[in-house]
Design a protein around this ligand. Sequence first.
Ligand SMILES: Nc1ncnc2c1ncn2[C@@H]1O[C@H](COP(=O)(O)OP(=O)(O)OP(=O)(O)O)[C@@H](O)[C@H]1O
Ligand SMILES: O=P(O)(O)OC[C@H]1O[C@H](OP(=O)(O)OP(=O)(O)O)[C@H](O)[C@@H]1O
Length: 302
Amino acid sequence: MLSLALPKGSSLEQRTLGLFAAAGLQVTRPSERAYRGTITYGGPIRVAFFKPREIPLVVAAGVFDAGLTGADWIEETGAKVESVVSFTYSKTTDSPWRVVLAVPADDAARTVQDLGPGTRIATEYPTIARRFLQDEGIQAEVVHSYGATEAKIPELADAIVDVVETGSSLHHNGLRIITTIRTCAPWLIASPEAWCDADRLRRIQGMARLLDAAHAQSAQALLTVRVPTHCLDRVVRSMPERSWRVGADLHHTDLVIVQGLAQRAGLPDVIDRLLGAGAIEVTQTDGGMTTPAFPSDTHVRA
Ligand SMILES: Nc1ncnc2c1ncn2[C@@H]1O[C@H](COP(=O)(O)OP(=O)(O)OP(=O)(O)O)[C@@H](O)[C@H]1O
Ligand SMILES: O=P(O)(O)OC[C@H]1O[C@H](OP(=O)(O)OP(=O)(O)O)[C@H](O)[C@@H]1O
């Protein structure tokens, strides 16, 4: 049976479950507090919930065939996993989160080079922090934090390497970003063992294709455009790349109906252009979920 480790906790759990549900991969479990569940897709998939930081390790070890976690934990753990597909959600926004270096707002340091040799840096990411400091040639002390890292300043640390999404936590704790170390997204990952097994590979790629399609769905809109035949050429030039002709209007034979899938970002401009080119009406509806064939070799490193 295929097995999957999903993130538990306030940052990634709900949005991950929402994405799986939108993809038709609903996780069934006895209660929201239950850490075990199932997905039905090509047979049952065994699901377990773990802290995001543990997921790369259980997947790399082959204890679970696949998992979903943040790129920060894939790098921090150094786990050898296949990075299958990424998404663009965080705890509260549709943007990536960042791992940043921050200092108190009134600190004299403006760049990482301004940090003195004895600087203490608290972080949940000692490996990422040490690698970054080494690359920058900075001699600083890395202090391991188990959360609430902002609170470590001033007694236990002088600076932090921590997650930032909206910047609200830094602001409320009087901290200022010096530099972004990396931006991070949630990734579907697979164990090297499962990736070498034809059946599990096929099911993980199938899951990736559905998740990717569900993820793209919210970003696209279906445009249905009514166009007088004499304007068709001009209107077609303003249609999105993925467009097609539906047919003639049933009641007005001089009208043609065309449709296209457009990115929601910039949609008002597209509609303006279509009307400007002579379309008499543009109806915008949900873009639905498009599931394209997914080449087997499209996975990349997180
Ligand atoms: N805004 C965010 N804040 C913190 N972590 C985020 C955010 N967005 C995404 N993440 C990801 O989720 C992980 C957080 O997992 P973690 O188990 O440490 O905390 P949590 O989900 O906030 O759980 P809990 O509710 O138990 O505090 C981060 O390490 C990062 O990979
Ligand atoms: O930029 P923001 O939108 O404010 O988000 C980032 C904050 O959220 C996380 O903390 P969390 O609440 O998960 O607690 P933790 O520090 O104990 O992990 C993270 O550690 C930051 O403190």
